[in-house]
Design a protein around this ligand. Sequence first.
Ligand SMILES: Cc1cc2nc3c(=O)[nH]c(=O)nc-3n(C[C@H](O)[C@H](O)[C@H](O)COP(=O)(O)OP(=O)(O)OC[C@H]3O[C@@H](n4cnc5c(N)ncnc54)[C@H](O)[C@@H]3O)c2cc1C
Length: 472
Amino acid sequence: MSNSQEERSEPFRIAIIGGGIGGLFCALAIHHHHHHSTLSNKDDNDDGNKNPKRDIQIDVYEQAPQYREIGAGVGMGINAARLLHRLGLGPGLVRVAGQRQGTWFTFRRCRDSGEVVSIPDAAAEPGDVRQSPCARSDLLELFLGAVRERGAAGLHTEKACWWEGGGGRVKVQFRDGTSAIADLVVGCDGVHSVVRDQFVTDSNNKSVESGMIAYRGIVPTSALEPDWPFEHWSNIWVAKHRHFLSYPITGNTQLNIVAFVTKRLGGGRVINDHDNEQKKYMNIRESWSDLCDRDEVAADFAEFDKPVQRIIGLMDARPGRWRINDHEPLSRWHFAGGRVVLVGDAAHAMLPHMGAGAGQSVEDGWILGRALAEYLATSSSSSDTEVGNTRFESLESTMQLYQDVRLPRAQKVQAASRVSGNLYELQTEEMSRLSYEDSLPVLAEALQQRMKFVWSEDVDDSYRRMRDEQAV
Ligand SMILES: Cc1cc2nc3c(=O)[nH]c(=O)nc-3n(C[C@H](O)[C@H](O)[C@H](O)COP(=O)(O)OP(=O)(O)OC[C@H]3O[C@@H](n4cnc5c(N)ncnc54)[C@H](O)[C@@H]3O)c2cc1C
């Protein structure tokens, strides 16, 4: 048996580092596409490729003792919801999501809740595909259940990755002294990615502090229901340098709260800093959280209208407090000849203001799964007459295809998220010269079409276009 024949008779090993939303979805997507793939010159759903495919073995290595999500809610935009449905997770998603009742968010004046602008949700699509705000724990459970049910991947815990070596395959070392060998390592280890830090050594490998913090919590809608003054639960109250956001999760039984306050402006000017409290945030690792007293939330939002005060009164006595950071855009997402690749926040941590970071990691996993399946189908092909696509001639060119499809879009969302944060806090350059009242029409105008490009893209179309553009 030749070396390459021997190699092909072994399963292609994929080590996913990090079992958050991005990592688990990626495992499911790779597994799904591998079992539905065809060669690239066939139609997407054509099962006509009868070449025996190389087996795959997927393992997820999570540093924590168990798979769990902290931090309340996460909005799955319709772009990401579509992919969950394509993966067969639609009914589960519908079960755990909240309903936005036709409105993405109504932006309201902070003192009297007067409407500034209502942004319609992306309309539901056939098969009940719709915007899906979820509790993070519900979403992770949905993914975990599917991984287990489908036997999609081996699930490992307490496996903190800290180093990788070179060679034909990649060796991943864990802090407990064990290691794993893989043909492909997928870094899904979040904003503080160890995998990224091994390979990106230029000055762009740095997180960027937004100067904002966010208080987070969940309150029961039943406690607010009796005299809730609005038609729906998705509202954002805006003031200069702060905004208070709420949306429903868990079948509308709970309200997810994220209350943002700018503590330091872009130029470094300190604002909203009661008692020199900046010092407190220095102890929170960037984009990580600790707990605080509810009184702190109450003090920061003291001038907000009654519904906000009622929500704050229902929040846990010790709500979460997060430092909000993103990461500079990276110019490259794959390394070591395509044997190491980044997905999710490891590749493009963004500010939360488009509600799109997790959705972007879902898109990453989907496209990575598609490209990898086509690579494995192509490299398993024994036919000399098969017309090849140069995109799949090596693992490196395949990972480049993944990057070509995903990087520009994810970085567009990353950049837009920065702008949105400053819009919601009424602190863009233009708004900083305007009074509160004069800022509101500017906000209303800017928000009209802002989310469209995130929700409307069909990533499968983009993938096909990019793949076939340079096909031989
Ligand atoms: C306040 C806030 C609100 C947000 N709201 C939304 C929203 O509404 N919609 C949306 O789409 N996005 C939202 N986001 C963004 C979203 O949370 C992230 O984009 C998403 O969680 C990224 O998923 P990930 O799997 O890439 O990373 P993570 O969720 O960070 O997961 C990384 C995983 O890797 C593990 N890990 C880390 N290091 C190692 C290691 N060395 N070895 C092994 N395992 C490791 C971690 O324990 C974790 O389980 C929000 C973010 C914030 C901060």
